[in-house]
Design a binder for this molecule. Structure first.
Ligand SMILES: *Cc1c(COP(=O)(O)O)cnc(C)c1O
Length: 340
């Protein structure tokens, strides 16, 4: 296969030779019996890193968030979530369909936070007319934006006062930690549960981990079984997750630097507007005049570069995109817009 420079997402990362060797060598057992030593090791490692009591290895971020929602909320209860949050908009309505949990969306603020005053306004009185809110769900990073640490503290104080739980869809929590140059546990500490994707910038082929306390994880384990997510010799996959957590966290800084260089290069091109004028962690959002750039996607593809055609184009850097690739991408955009 031709090696494309694939900027569509950081989910396209492929396991490296060393990661594959770790998978090949993994000791395995039946994880439904709790006997896969590699899965157990990954869960211990994740729990330790996020400073949570327990962690559970799951098939995807979508499953992880669903298990969290179903563990925090019962049938007929409510969770408060951002209007275009992944858990609400991009997970096929799983919480409603499979959990009978009602979402209460609230618009995101510009910085990726949810305004806690607006959240307060949608919490309904304790009255039989209303679904009772049990959970506030945040996302970090949100479209590449890192939530401010002071906000996390405020949100955590807020939920304590309102008697809600706080879940983080931390698909890219390590990008947030690396960007802030803080230990990831400084972020996770504010939450009752955190879901982390191993299969994005961290470079594992499959899997997420869900972190929380003993009772929470016990509940999540039961829902995981019910949803068909109990895997057997999953240590083959967990080995990739361990490799990712041990080797691919600090290097996220390179992805952020590459995104910054990409944003800088693209912002100098007439016809491209870079949102915020800069990168957000490993993402750059650009808008281009659709009338001018109808064949942009095809033009780039012919030059070995993949992007998703959208009104606002999201370009994502990751471990299979090098500094040299970034220069090639900027050049290709320059050529394209200089012909116009
Ligand atoms: C990718 C992603 C998920 C879940 O992803 P899966 O593809 O199901 O692993 C959840 N939340 C956010 C913010 C994501 O970007």
């Amino acid at each position: 296969m031709a090696a494309y420079i694939d900027l569509r997402s950081d989910t396209v990362t492929r396991p490296s030779e060393e990661m594959r060797l770790a998978m090949y060598r993994a000791e395995v057992g039946d994880d439904v019996y709790g006997e896969d030593p590699t899965v157990n090791a990954l869960e211990e490692l994740a729990a330790e890193k996020l400073n949570s009591e327990f962690a559970l290895f799951v098939s995807s971020g979508t499953q992880s968030n669903l298990l969290a929602l179903m563990s925090h909320c019962r049938r007929g209860e409510e969770y408060i979530v951002g209007q275009d949050a992944h858990t609400y908009k991009y997970e096929a309505g799983g919480a409603a369909v499979l959990g009978s949990i009602q979402p209460q969306p609230v618009d995101f603020e510009e910085d990726g936070t949810l305004d806690l005053k607006k959240v307060e306004e949608v919490i309904k009185p304790d009255d039989f007319h209303f679904a009772q809110a049990r959970l506030l769900c945040l996302e970090n990073t949100k479209s590449g934006k890192v939530l401010p640490m002071e906000y996390l503290k405020q949100a955590s104080d807020f939920v304590a006062e309102k008697n809600l739980n706080l879940h983080l869809d931390g698909a890219r929590i390590f990008n947030a930690a690396v960007e802030l140059n803080v230990d990831v546990s400084r972020i996770s500490t504010f939450f009752d549960s955190v879901s982390v994707c191993l299969s994005k910038g961290l470079g594992a082929p499959v899997g997420s981990v869900l972190c929380g306390n003993r009772d929470f994880i016990r509940s999540a384990l039961k829902w995981r079984k019910m949803l068909g997510g109990g895997m057997r010799q999953a240590g083959i996959l967990a080995a990739a997750g361990i490799f990712a957590l041990e080797n691919n966290v600090n290097r996220l800084a390179e992805d952020h630097e590459n995104a910054e260089i990409l944003a800088g290069g693209l912002s100098r091109i007439d016809g491209i507007t870079v949102e915020d004028g800069k990168a957000r962690t490993n993402m750059v959002f650009i808008s281009v005049d659709p009338a001018v750039s109808a064949d942009l996607t095809d033009y780039l593809k012919e030059r070995g570069i993949l992007i998703s055609p959208r009104p606002v184009i999201r370009l994502v850097t990751h471990l299979n995109v090098s500094r040299e690739d970034i220069h090639k991408v900027v050049e290709a955009f320059e050529h394209y817009f200089s012909r116009k």
